[in-house]
Write a protein that binds this ligand. Structure first.
Ligand code: BGC
Length: 743
């Protein structure tokens, strides 16, 4: 069955390569309902909508997530990103038979009615469009072909579009379509919306609602264009546009639904804004809106595509990863950031982690720097929360929250949700995963180096880098003739409250030395800013002397005999468990051996020392030390976190370990597409997507900065013929065409 092509389809690329731009589901796989909901999200950087079906199914989790709309419901320990009212509903009946794919639909649909004769669904990455085609026979015996299309406009972030086309294949069916807006929606049984109001007028309906404990108001308005007559009605929580038509044999009818969505973050009166926006959008055709959307995606891919020749699976996986980051990347808002699960699922409650700065941001810094600046500005606007956290722990300076939301306060829950036996585990990351400070500083310095955006550095970046350094200057402890940092959690979260995490100590040392260099630059470049910050942050001579002493005397755990870094004090005294013993396995070893056993073992959750090598490269040590480190830690790592494989691929490629590099790359590429961690239902692993891009660009292609600008040092997998990509360095586009001479 061939999917129809929408009027404004992104220009046909080489048709034989069309499949490299699509993720397809055919036939229907009801057992993977929530997996595909995540994969098939559409979005535009303002919001994303999971790929839930237009009609309801048991077990479906439709979610539209809008950046910045958080709420902490009564009795809940932390705030979460709120699931917006559902704009997707299309309930269709053919000669009175509800269209359903019979997976055990809600009771208002007769599960036994009708039959699904054919099905195909595809996410078109080039045009960010989700399309579905279904062949359906009603109980009357009449057969129809239904085509569904949806997009979140990249040309107008408040505009969403759906087109439904129904064609009479056999017989002359009577069609009824209810297109709706539905505020009867929650986050896994948690209700966030109150004060719901619905409105119906002409061919438009609207609804508005307010979050229960935060100050956000949301409004959606919908318009339906059809050759059928449309009537609007408003219920308690739903508003519906209803259209009916008798189709002649062979005829088709289409139903174009345009939806506008605003929140009180964008408009003083979101309901009026949404109603106005949908009315003015309805003055133009669906096709016009879709064409504008496609044109923006064409521009976007011209910058962002990475072409891989010689490995179709890698090509699709990388485009898929880039797509998911681009649909979550806020283009028009510098007061929001990207959560660990992007906007594609409710996992981690929409909270923002280091995933953004070290995994996702590099792609944006190098290809879409204005979006990268938005994300860094989000942190700048939350310095007050970071200062409050540092102060609560008794230190000056700023300590960013491990999990961050709209407020900038620490929002890591202190306890896990109870397991089947009611057991809860204490979560220490909010207190102890303090390397977040240097992760953010790293991202700012990387952004600055690549963009040369001095204005950002002077106005915002420097204050973050310096005030987070102030925290380290106070936090480092002098003991036994050296500085150390106690009670930390490094990237490897299987080891809690350990002393002298080599990742944390080394990054803090690096951070302090970068902060001193930055002060030197500020002094010569803009003495007024240097003075302002020195005064505001109390950068006294004695404080700076302490920084120098810490840099000089920081304890970097190292085993001289083995010539390796030691992940933390006492790491090698723990039980040695060869991770290979438990292959093949689906989840992490933590799930197999339990919390306590893993805590007391050398099993590592994710790249830790290896992550340090990715970030600081040869600054970490000689090639011999780096290889020793890799060969020590790689066999101990169970990749219990999705952040791990891509970083291993990157580092292994640089170290000249091509087999491991490719194996790790493939593993990272499968995390979402094949649900390698078993939790894609909760949302896309944003960090892994960004890591995959870095594995290719920094790892296999060896992109780095020289005094003359960006350059590559390729170490492509043996069967890759070529990789082509673009980056922007200091406002100028650079195109790299990396060819593998051996293929
Ligand atoms: C990882 C963290 C990560 C978080 C959110 C955890 O499992 O260990 O490094 O920040 O997930 O993705």
């Amino acid at each position: 069955m061939d999917l129809h092509r929408g009027a404004g389809q992104v220009k046909d690329r080489d048709v034989s390569k069309k499949h490299l731009w699509q993720i397809t589901e055919a036939p229907f796989q009801p057992e993977r309902l929530s997996h595909f909901e995540t994969l098939f999200a559409v979005g535009n950087g303002y919001l994303s909508a999971r790929g839930a079906f237009d009609e309801p199914y048991a077990g479906a989790s439709p979610a539209t997530l809008v950046h910045g709309i958080f709420n902490q419901a009564e009795g809940k320990p932390v705030p979460e990103l709120v699931n917006a009212p559902n704009w997707l509903p299309f309930q269709i009946s053919i000669d009175g038979t509800p269209f359903s794919m019979n997976t055990g639909a809600r009771d208002w649909i007769k599960p036994e009615g009708g039959a699904l004769l054919g099905y195909r669904r595809a996410l078109h990455l080039d045009s960010a469009t989700l399309r579905r085609e279904a062949l359906f026979r009603a109980e009357s015996g009449n057969t129809v072909r239904l085509r569904f299309e949806r997009f979140a406009s990249l040309a107008n972030p408040h505009l969403l579009g759906q087109r439904l086309t129904i064609e009479a294949v056999d017989g002359s069916p009577h069609i009824q379509v209810n297109a709706g807006l539905d505020s009867d929606i929650c986050n896994q049984a948690v209700q966030h919306w109150r004060s719901i109001k619905t409105v119906a007028r002409d061919s438009c309906v609207a609804l508005t609602a307010t979050t229960s404990h935060s100050p956000y108001r949301i409004a959606l308005a919908a318009h339906l264009t059809s050759s059928a007559d449309v009537t609007a009605s408003a219920g308690e929580k739903r508003a519906t546009l209803c259209a009916e038509i008798q189709l002649e044999a062979g005829a088709r009818a289409s139903f174009d639904k345009l939806v506008a969505l605003f929140t009180s973050r964008d408009a003083a009166d979101p309901l009026a804004a949404a109603q106005e926006a949908v009315s003015s959008a309805a003055a133009r055709s669906y096709d016009q809106h879709y064409q504008a959307h496609c044109a923006r995606w064409e521009e976007t891919w011209a910058r962002n595509d990475v072409e891989i020749e010689g490995d179709d699976r890698a090509q699709i996986a990388l485009r898929f990863a880039i797509y998911h980051l681009l649909i979550a990347a806020p283009r028009h808002d510098d007061d929001v950031s990207i959560g660990a699960k992007t906007l594609s699922g409710l996992g981690y409650k929409g909270h923002v982690f280091w995933d953004t700065e070290l995994f996702i941001l590099p792609l944006l810094t190098l290809t879409q720097p204005t979006i990268a600046r938005n994300l860094l500005t989000y942190r700048y606007r939350r310095l007050a929360g970071a200062r409050q956290k540092a102060q609560e722990y008794g230190y000056a300076g700023a300590l960013f929250p491990w999990e961050s939301t709209d407020t900038g306060l620490e929002t890591t829950p202190k306890w896990s949700d109870p397991d089947a036996d009611g057991l809860r585990i204490r979560i220490w990351t909010g207190e102890s995963e303090q390397h977040i400070n240097s992760d953010i500083a790293y991202a700012i310095l990387q952004y600055w180096r690549w963009t040369g955006d001095d204005a950002f550095m002077l106005d915002k970046g420097a204050e973050i880098v310096l005030d987070t350094a102030v925290f380290w200057g106070e936090r480092a402890e002098w003991k036994d003739g050296r500085y150390g940092i106690s009670r930390q959690i490094g990237p490897d979260e299987y080891h809690e409250n350990i002393n002298n995490s080599v990742f944390t100590n080394r990054l803090a040392q690096w951070h302090l030395s970068q902060a001193l260099d930055l002060l030197g630059w500020l002094g010569s470049r803009n003495p007024a800013t240097a003075r302002r910050l020195a005064e505001a942050l109390d950068l006294s001579a004695s404080r700076l002397d302490t920084w120098r002493a810490i840099i000089d005397k920081m304890h970097i755990p190292f085993d001289d005999d083995k010539q390796i870094h030691v992940q933390f004090d006492g790491f090698f005294d723990l039980e040695y468990i060869p991770v290979m013993k438990y292959e093949p396995r689906v989840g992490g070893i933590w799930g197999l051996l339990g919390h306590e056993r893993v805590l007391g073992s050398q099993v590592i959750k994710q790249a830790d020392v290896v992550m340090l090598m990715a970030l600081l490269g040869e600054e970490v040590g000689s090639r011999t030390v780096m290889l020793n480190n890799f060969h020590t830690y790689y066999p101990r790592t169970d990749h219990g976190s999705s952040l791990s494989p891509s970083i291993h691929a990157w580092v292994a490629a640089r170290l000249g370990l091509p087999d491991i590099a490719y194996e790790m790359f493939e593993r990272a590429a499968a995390i979402d597409l094949e649900d390698r961690q078993g939790n894609v239902a909760d949302g896309i692993h944003g960090a892994s997507c960004g890591g995959l891009w870095q594995a290719v660009v920094f790892g296999f292609c060896g992109l780095h900065l020289t005094e003359d600008g960006p350059a590559v040092d390729p170490k492509l997998p043996a069967h890759w013929r070529r990789v082509t990509f673009n980056v922007t360095y200091r406002g100028k586009a650079h195109r790299f065409d990396v060819v593998n001479p051996a293929v």
